[in-house]
Ligand binder design. Structure first.
Ligand SMILES: Nc1ncnc2c1ncn2[C@@H]1O[C@H](COP(=O)(O)OP(=O)(O)OP(=O)(O)O)[C@@H](O)[C@H]1O
Ligand SMILES: Cc1ncc(CO)c(N)n1
Ligand SMILES: [Mg+2]
Length: 537
């Protein structure tokens, strides 16, 4: 059957009339920060292509959960081809920005990037003396990988004599280390170690010489010198052209980890891990036509935010809500996914897998098989209770009961775009579900049922009570079938969008034809005139 034919087009009476109160919901997307927040201030240049510079610093800090303020020292016109122009910010205005942030915002760590002039370096050193911070990370940005000069030779003395002695760590790449040491040739790891030691003698507490550009190295090797030992930090070299901004990102990650309270070596290792993983996840990213592209700092959020819009929740999908039951499937000798396929072919508009006594491995396999079927019909698939299974299989959402994982926690784990439903028996529970960020409520049992024993029924009155007060759309559940589904529709409650059924579909020989019969009842039942008027009041 064609996908469209399965979707109810015109729903009986005003059953479909939506009072969309979704817009009134409070946002659940904010990170919960209370009290002091780890804070990095980046003092660097803007990269219009946003792969490096200030933009990389803010993204890297954000990805690691650290607040990042920014003092801009220069604006560059830059892309994946190279640097087309540089517009330095006047020194006095760099000073003004520094004062604004440092005098007010409880900065933990300052990270520096492009410092285009001696004047800017002097201003920075002066302000750092005036407003002490916990740590200073200096990435001595001199030349972009494209070969363009970002900070000329005239700044070298200021770097070496004024800024380095204040730094907790300096992080030059091999080329920068060489320039800072007056042209010292760096070709091998032994050379990197010697360079690190020479730079250490200029006064910083630690030195990291980055080997991203080390010729003929199959690994990505950085050398860390802490004043006593030279540590060789070896990572996998990712085969990609998308390495623009690795240096800025690494230094910002070190700063972010220090701000969170990590010791120096731990901060460097965490930073290196982050860069490697981000490059690996961004290998095939195609942005720009030049030789060195940006990478994705937010690769971890991709599953949360980059879902196709099609998976967003639509209340009308609740119309004929089929909930599986492993006991029934066993009894009739069919697999979960076969049952799901039959229900969809009969007209089910959303599926929930409710499997109570099942091994996790079997559940994951069943969810994967069901998801493939659901996707091919454009029908959302939810998992009952098991958030881990939903995450593992990337299903469209989860349905939880009052004693399952709290809805707020589920929302945090699943992100804003997944569907979350909650079983509610009272208006208070329904209100809480709305506050916690649920998308819909499932209310019942309406009629007595064998599927859930010892489950007190709420009756049609209870159902009415909840839906009249609820801000969420939802379904009725419990003992509903072909014989009594009309009673639910006839209630004419605007946000009661459909019926959820278990045994009426799955405890039957022919799931498809039972589903079709139920769909017929839902589509043909008319809402009595007086109920319609009541709903529109
Ligand atoms: N292809 C790669 N695979 C894995 N790690 C890499 C790769 N390229 C660079 N790195 C790592 O990224 C970090 C930054 O080093 P790199 O030498 O690239 O800095 P940089 O030249 O200052 O970067 P940029 O100037 O592009 O911001 C180091 O830890 C380095 O080992
Ligand atoms: C603005 C800016 N800062 C740093 C770098 C180094 O990658 C760059 N290319 N651009
Ligand atoms: Mg660099």
């Amino acid at each position: 059957m064609a996908k469209e034919a399965l979707k109810p087009q015109a729903i009986a009476g005003d059953f479909s009339k939506i009072v969309d109160k979704e817009a009134m919901r409070p946002s659940n997307d904010a990170i919960k920060w209370s009290g002091k927040v780890p804070h990095v201030l980046t003092v660097a240049g803007s990269d219009s292509g946003a792969g490096a510079g200030i933009q990389a610093d803010i993204k890297a800090s954000g990805a690691l959960g650290v607040y990042c303020s920014s003092v801009i020292t220069a604006v560059t016109a830059q892309n994946t081809v190279g640097v087309q122009g540089i517009h330095p910010v006047p020194e006095e205005f760099v000073a003004e920005q520094l004062k604004s942030v440092l005098s007010d915002m409880q900065v933990d760590v300052v990270k520096t990037g492009m410092l285009p002039s001696t004047g800017v370096i002097k201003v920075l050193c002066h302000k750092l003396k005036q407003f002490p911070i916990r740590a200073l990370v200096v990435d001595p940005v001199l030349v972009a990988t494209s070969g363009d000069v970002l900070s000329g030779p005239s700044t070298l003395d200021a770097f070496r004599e004024e800024l380095f002695p204040m730094a907790d760590i300096v992080t030059p790449n091999v080329r920068e280390a060489s320039v800072l040491l007056g042209g010292f040739d760096i070709k091998t790891i032994t050379d990197m170690c010697s360079a690190a030691k020479s730079l250490y003698s200029l006064g910083p507490r630690n030195v990291l010489v980055k080997g991203g550009d080390l010729p003929e190295s199959s690994d990505a090797v950085d050398i860390f010198f802490d004043g006593e030992h030279c540590h060789e930090l070896r990572g996998v070299r990712v085969r990609t052209h998308n390495t623009h901004g690795t240096g800025c990102t690494l230094a910002s990650c070190i700063a972010a980890e220090l701000a969170k309270g990590s010791p120096m070596l731990g901060a460097i290792q965490a930073a290196k891990c982050f860069v490697e993983e981000a490059l690996e996840q961004s290998k095939d990213l195609a942005i720009g036509n030049g030789p060195q592209g940006p990478f994705d700092h937010f690769f971890k959020l991709r599953n949360h935010y980059a879902r196709p819009c099609g998976t967003r929740f639509k209340p009308r999908d609740l119309f004929l809500y089929a909930v599986t039951d492993s006991g029934m499937n066993k009894k009739w000798g069919r697999s979960i996914s076969d049952a799901v396929k039959a229900a969809i072919e009969g007209g089910a508009t959303i599926i929930q897998l409710r499997e109570k006594n099942i091994e996790t491995k079997v559940f994951v396999e069943a969810a994967e098989a069901s998801l493939e079927i659901c996707r091919s019909y454009g029908v959302p698939l939810l998992i009952n209770d098991r958030v881990d299974v939903a995450l593992a299989c990337e299903t469209d959402g989860v349905h939880v009961g009052q004693s399952d994982m709290p809805v707020r926690t589920v929302r945090q784990l699943l992100g804003p775009n997944k569907i979350i439903g909650v079983s509610c028996k009272t208006p208070e529970q329904a209100h809480q579900a709305w506050l916690d960020g649920a998308n819909y409520i499932g209310c019942g049992g309406v009629f007595p049922t064998n599927t859930k024993k010892n489950n007190p029924t709420i009756g049609l009155d209870g159902l009415k009570n909840i839906f009249q007060s609820s801000l969420l759309p939802g379904v009725a559940i419990g003992g509903i079938g072909v014989e009594n589904a009309h009673m639910i529709v006839e209630m004419g409650l605007p946000n009661l969008k459909g019926v959820a059924v278990v045994s009426a579909l799955f405890d039957r020989l022919d799931i498809s034809s039972e589903t079709r019969r139920l769909l017929g009842v839902l589509e043909t039942t008319r809402i009595p005139e007086e109920k319609r008027l009541e709903a529109s009041e």
